[in-house]
Design a protein around this ligand. Structure first.
Ligand code: HEC
Ligand code: HEC
Length: 418
């Protein structure tokens, strides 16, 4: 019996926990290159952390309040800075931008360190004491919930043409049941928010009825596991879990059930951030520019290879936003390259435990930037990010594994230009 696997590929497939032959992979129809206006009316040549040039000077001024709530550090109450106090008692950082610098990605910590800007730990199952997330910092008189340290071990993958990719696998020293999450870059948040939920749900195929080996499951759309459906919920959740700032949506700061009296002494109001303040941050993030894709000959070759590798089965290129009060967000054709569904990418990426352990939302690929990539920042390069894919994406990985060096380069150039 002839084995369809060469040894290197076999090693790769074992690594990814896959068992399907690439020869059974579905054939893929190649669509024309999407236009360069990746973010509809919000797209521009401005960097992703700046308000879109399509806004009027007055609108930009209106967003400065949201920008300051996002960028400036919050302080503990009582304080003279009434509109920015209420931090904690338990928290992970003083500001949103501490983890999302310039609205971008965080960095995981390096070997044996516990200091990170942007890596946080959610609990695989909500815990009666620790809640849904490990808060690693606390105001004086309160106790932080713990620290986590990290070591990487190295493993290699050999490609068809002899090239070798080194992957680093993270190992956390902590109590069991943590789900590490790196702060993602915040690109096109308002546009993603404006996609009708019914359109996302229409793409779901939880039982893989079409038999393509890919079974997307619908949940919300924000976060690495798509746990939040709306941007407002996601932002309010970030305020309460990451900074300990309550809003009308989440009125209880973590750590307050155990110490209600001591908590009241450091409360910055009820709620600590008003509804209009919350909306200001949502509006600010919603109107950041979405960088335009750079088009070139290699770009179109890369798009063809992206489809040939079956990446579009999950990284769906195009969406149409629905109705919205902001004309820059309403009825726009956008190219976020995600189906916003949950997929099983195999054991190598899965959390150690929890009902959502294996599930990850397809990451949008517009304005990918410099990395690090994937939910815990383990991938230092785009190629590493691709080779950590397994499970439902195993066919795609084997196809990239068989690409020539110049084909791989064209695929990566395409991704970098999105
Ligand atoms: C301690 C680090 C940290 C801080 C501080 C932080 N974030 Fe985040 N942010 C994250 C992580 C990690 C995720 C992914 C969460 C998940 O998977 O559940 C995230 C996700 C998000 C998302 C969803 C992105 C997407 O692609 O779905 C938004 C929006 C967001 N944060 C906004 C904020 C705002 C606003 C603040 C300040 C109130 C904030 N964040 C503070 C780490 C942080
Ligand atoms: C079965 C669905 C699926 C397929 C097929 C798939 N991906 Fe992904 N992709 C995902 C999911 C889910 C994630 C998030 C995984 C994580 O962070 O752990 C992801 C993450 C990524 C990332 C990292 C993005 C970031 O911001 O960290 C890149 C790059 C990427 N995919 C590229 C590709 C390419 C290129 C292909 C085709 C060769 C491909 N993917 C095929 C589902 C898929």
């Amino acid at each position: 019996m002839r084995s369809p696997f060469r040894p290197a590929l076999l090693a790769l497939l074992l690594l990814q926990g896959a068992c399907q032959s690439p020869e059974n992979a579905p054939t893929i129809a190649i669509a024309p290159l999407p236009p360069d206006r990746v973010g509809g009316a919000l797209s521009s040549d401005a960097p992703a952390n700046q308000l879109s040039p399509a806004l009027s000077p007055r609108e930009r001024l209106e967003h400065s309040l949201g920008a300051s709530f996002f960028n400036k550090p919050w302080v503990s109450a009582p304080s003279n800075t009434h509109d920015r106090d209420g931090l904690g008692p338990l928290f992970n950082a003083h500001s949103c931008s501490a983890c999302h610098p310039r609205a971008g990605r965080g960095m995981p910590f390096e070997n044996s360190s516990t200091e990170s800007s942007g890596l946080l730990f959610r609990l695989s199952e909500p815990d009666p004491v620790f809640g849904a997330q490990l808060q690693t910092r606390a105001l004086p008189g309160f106790r932080a919930e713990g620290q986590v340290s990290l070591q990487y071990s190295e493993q290699t993958v050999s490609l068809n043409d002899g090239d070798i990719i080194r992957l680093r696998r993270p190992h956390y020293q902590a109590r069991q049941g943590l789900s590490p999450r790196l702060a993602p870059r915040l690109v096109g948040m308002g546009l993603i928010d404006a996609i009708p939920q019914s359109a996302i749900a229409a793409g779901a195929d939880p039982d893989d009825r079409d038999g393509d080996g890919i079974s997307g499951r619908v949940a919300g759309r924000f976060g690495w596991k798509a746990e939040q459906e709306s941007l407002k919920d996601q932002v309010a959740k970030a305020f309460v879990e990451d900074l300990g700032i309550s809003t009308s949506l989440f009125p209880h700061s973590p750590g307050c059930e155990q110490n209600p009296l001591r908590c009241a002494a450091v409360s910055g109001g009820t709620p600590e951030l008003s509804d209009s303040g919350l909306q200001a941050v949502v509006d600010y993030l919603s109107h950041l520019s979405v960088p335009r894709a750079r088009q070139s000959k290699t770009h179109s070759e890369g798009w063809r290879l992206f489809q040939r590798a079956g990446c579009t089965a999950c990284h769906q290129a195009q969406w149409q936003t629905g109705k919205h009060s902001s004309p820059l967000l309403a009825e726009q054709t956008i190219y976020p390259f995600s189906d916003f569904l949950l997929h099983d990418l195999g054991p190598a990426l899965a959390d150690p435990s929890g009902s959502l352990a294996k599930e990850w939302r397809t990451s949008p690929l517009w304005a990918l930037g410099d990395g690090p990539y994937l939910h815990d920042g383990r991938a230092r390069t785009l190629l590493e990010a691709i080779f950590w894919h397994g499970g439902e994406a195993s066919h795609s990985v084997s196809r990239v594994q068989q690409f020539s060096g110049s084909e791989r380069a064209a695929l990566l150039e395409f991704l970098r230009a999105l």
